[in-house]
Design a protein around this ligand. Sequence first.
Ligand code: NAG
Ligand code: NAG
Ligand code: NAG
Ligand code: NAG
Ligand code: NAG
Ligand code: NAG
Ligand code: NAG
Ligand code: CU
Length: 219
Amino acid sequence: MRLSAVATFLGLASAASAHFQMQYPAPRGPFVEDNEPSFCDGYTDAVSNRTTFPLTNGVIKMNSEHPTWTVGVVVSTKQNPTAFGDFNNASNESQLAVNYFQTTGEGLACFNIDLSKSGIPGVQDGANITIEVVYDGGDGQLYQCADLTLSSTVSVPSNATSSCKNITSAESNTTASSTSTSPSASTSSTKTGAAVGSMARVPGVVAGLLVLTGAVLAL
Ligand SMILES: *[C@@H]1O[C@H](CO)[C@@H](O)[C@H](O)[C@H]1NC(C)=O
Ligand SMILES: *[C@@H]1O[C@H](CO)[C@@H](O)[C@H](O)[C@H]1NC(C)=O
Ligand SMILES: *[C@@H]1O[C@H](CO)[C@@H](O)[C@H](O)[C@H]1NC(C)=O
Ligand SMILES: *[C@@H]1O[C@H](CO)[C@@H](O)[C@H](O)[C@H]1NC(C)=O
Ligand SMILES: *[C@@H]1O[C@H](CO)[C@@H](O)[C@H](O)[C@H]1NC(C)=O
Ligand SMILES: *[C@@H]1O[C@H](CO)[C@@H](O)[C@H](O)[C@H]1NC(C)=O
Ligand SMILES: *[C@@H]1O[C@H](CO)[C@@H](O)[C@H](O)[C@H]1NC(C)=O
Ligand SMILES: [Cu+2]
């Protein structure tokens, strides 16, 4: 009984610690793991220290803690988007700048985002926009936001993309933003695999569990 309680706790702990962190552009505030299933990782309001971000040839850098994941990027042109609906257009459909795509691999990943090709009204040089990265690694949709001022003269700082794996196979999907799909629908089949993967990544925990099992049996 004690063992099953410990196993349950460990299961919850390993699931909760496997999320993603946007590293460039900087999110609204420091990553808060428990809030990531909430709008903008729990940061409800836009910040005033916006990142000046390239209108063309932008890049998102992030760290994935799940082995198989789906990601997409939606855009709000409001000065202070405070809810999911602020990322929708007049037809209440999400304004995609990077269409959802699935990829594999944990660790640092970079992908291109060309906002000038998004076709979203108001996305232009000098505009304040907010991007929301929507990620699903098998334990539900997770969100991080960055408040930006777009510029046609800046480019991505070279240190922003250092040591990340280029996963720009998604690029072919960027222009097809009209075919928006729900990320949860495309990843529901990966949930089991992700859960197995996150346990397999913590041999210390598994070893500890075996030691504990041995201890319980010895009593
Ligand atoms: C804005 O300031 C906050 C608080 O100092 C910081 O956490 C955040 O990273 C900054 N954002 C940018 C884009 O510099
Ligand atoms: C963009 O936002 C900043 C504060 O974050 C504000 O000072 C500035 O006036 C805004 N620019 C536009 C074009 O709305
Ligand atoms: C707009 O879509 C969101 C989901 O993205 C939904 O929650 C909301 O009720 C919709 N609003 C209207 C006015 O249809
Ligand atoms: C890049 O370097 C600048 C300082 O030159 C620093 O403020 C920023 O955090 C760095 N960005 C990354 C993604 O390491
Ligand atoms: C990733 O690869 C694509 C295609 O080779 C290239 O166009 C893009 O600039 C690369 N992005 C980064 C961040 O290195
Ligand atoms: C493009 O997006 C669709 C779903 O919208 C996905 O099934 C497909 O795998 C994606 N292709 C690439 C190359 O990412
Ligand atoms: C909203 O976005 C959808 C999907 O991109 C598009 O088909 C629709 O025309 C847009 N509606 C408006 C009013 O811009
Ligand atoms: Cu997770």
